[in-house]
Ligand binder design. Structure first.
Ligand code: ZN
Length: 506
């Protein structure tokens, strides 16, 4: 067994290297690559991606996994070796079930669809995107059939981003959330209206780029991001990637005329980066390095961005620092006013601009619509109307055109169905974890209010980060908080926060 296991590890390490090379080229494409190189880079990425896929789905890996199948039962479930074999088996099965022609068809169609989506969005006319989306829905149904499922067609698609989670579990959590969230948004809006000031023009003043950058870096260092093992650069759309646990790349986008964009964007990406840096060193260069799933990853970014970064305590420490960097813009804005401004809840049409509370309604809507599309309950032709009806139902707004409605997100044009729910799952998980951290770490709120995050980071490393991909989200939650996915913790957090903010009882 030892020989086979060593052989498996050695082959997987080579595949991990190739994937890191792809990630590095993609990072470069978004940051420093000159635009003229786009075609060359696409070819390079395709070649390296194909090589990695061929090596991973090879007979050699199949034989090694088959040979190790019996022996693994003697290993402890939590051990690195058992986890490596278990996770590799799961990913191998997924990677080999989809026929190569289908993989190619999806890649080809999504390249065309993204182009059409851009065109449709800039003209704000769904009809240009419609035939492409019809093809992508059909191809995703085919993909789900190829991957196989017991209950719902949606399950294997969700599983690509969220291993072992099912549509039924998501529905359960979302229905608890939805029932309370719609009236809660209304109640918060009324409380805010009764509290006076609702416009905060100072957020849109002119803020120097270097000062914004420096403030973000100051907070990230305090959070515990290790700049010896990572760096931050600029990109059009902020993201985090890593090439090893010792090389984690964050990107940010700085807007001169809207302060919260870079501020919270940096804290968000830093949360992702802390996770990647916190995986146990012995798992590096194995498929277990990296986050457990997209929702667990998002739970880390949201925890630092929202539960820490938008808290009263955090700003009682950092507001004087921020104000010192921007005396002209924030000179006559007191801490209370600033805190209200960055926590304002206001229904809006665009998901990426949504606040902490209404954001989840944008996700629930997308989850319902993509389920209906895949299961045949809704046709692509009827999608724009269904979208508008839902956004009116959930947020009381009507999009003025398709660009503000059904065409706003890139995900479906990339063929990514089953991705959206992971954002809200991340919000729910972040609260479940933070609640537990507050119970286990005495004085956590005071630590945050003094700019001390060492204990919180240590707790997250211990409970979440070090394990890398060993456990699926529900498994990890069960180990840490003793329950599965649930919305109550997040709802409690929101009620408490806004009751305090507007001195009312929500
Ligand atoms: Zn994120």
């Amino acid at each position: 067994m030892k020989d086979q296991l060593d052989e498996l590890k050695s082959r997987l390490a080579g595949i991990v290297d190739l994937r890191a090379a792809s990630a590095l080229m993609s990072w470069d494409q978004e940051t420093y690559m000159p635009p003229g190189s786009i075609e060359a880079r696409a070819a390079q990425l395709a070649t390296v991606g194909r090589l990695a896929h061929e090596l991973f789905t090879s007979d050699g890996i199949a034989d090694l996994l088959a040979g190790l199948a019996d022996e693994v039962t003697g290993l402890h479930y939590d051990s690195d070796d058992a986890s490596l074999i278990r996770v590799t088996r799961r990913e191998f099965d997924k990677a080999t079930r989809i026929p190569t022609e289908l993989v190619a068809a999806i890649a080809r169609e999504s390249a065309l669809a993204q182009h059409a989506w851009q065109e449709a969005r800039s003209r704000s006319e769904f009809k240009y995107f419609r035939p492409h989306l019809e093809k992508l829905v059909a191809l995703n149904v085919e993909k789900a059939e190829a991957l196989g499922y017991e209950d719902r067609l949606y399950d294997p698609l969700l599983d690509q981003y969220e291993p072992e989670m099912t549509a039924a579990e998501v529905e359960r959590a979302f229905s608890g959330l939805e029932a309370e969230l719609v009236p809660l948004v209304q109640a918060i809006a009324e409380a805010a209206a009764g509290s006076g000031q609702q416009e905060f023009p100072f957020l849109y003043a002119d803020y120097g780029e270097q000062e914004q950058w420096d403030f973000g870096v100051e907070v990230m260092r305090d959070f515990g991001f290790d700049f010896e093992r990572g760096r931050q650069d600029r990109s059009a759309h902020p993201f985090t990637t890593s090439f090893s646990i010792n090389d984690v790349r964050l990107t940010t986008r700085i807007q001169r005329d809207f302060l919260p964009s870079a501020l919270f964007g940096s804290l968000h990406e830093c949360g992702h980066g802390l996770y990647e840096q916190g995986v146990a060193a012995r798992l590096d260069r194995t498929p277990l390095a990296g986050g457990a799933s997209l929702s667990v990853h998002e739970s880390q970014s949201r925890l630092w961005e929202n539960l820490v970064g938008r808290s009263r305590g955090f700003w009682s420490h950092y507001y004087p620092h921020l104000k010192a960097r921007f005396p002209g813009q924030l000179g006559d804005v007191d801490e209370d006013c600033f805190y209200r401004a960055i926590n304002q809840v206001r229904p809006s049409l665009i998901r990426v601009e949504a606040d902490e509370v209404t954001y989840n309604l944008h996700i629930i809507l997308r989850f319902e619509l993509e389920n209906a599309l895949l299961e045949g309950a809704l046709t692509v032709a009827d999608l724009p109307e269904a979208w508008n009806a839902k956004i009116e139902h959930y947020l009381g707004l009507v999009p003025g055109n398709d660009a503000e409605g059904v065409l706003q997100d890139i995900h479906w044009s990339m063929g990514a169905f089953g991705y959206f729910p992971t954002y809200t799952l991340g919000n729910l998980i972040s609260s479940q974890l933070f609640d537990r951290a507050q119970q286990e770490l005495s004085g956590l709120d005071q630590q945050i209010a003094s700019g001390h995050f060492r204990e919180l980071l240590h707790w997250l490393r211990e409970k979440v980060h070090q394990h890398g991909q060993k456990y699926a989200a529900a498994e990890l939650l069960d180990r840490i908080v003793g329950q599965g996915l649930a919305a109550d913790s997040w709802l409690r957090h929101i009620r408490r926060k806004y009751s305090e903010l507007y001195a009312c009882n929500l």
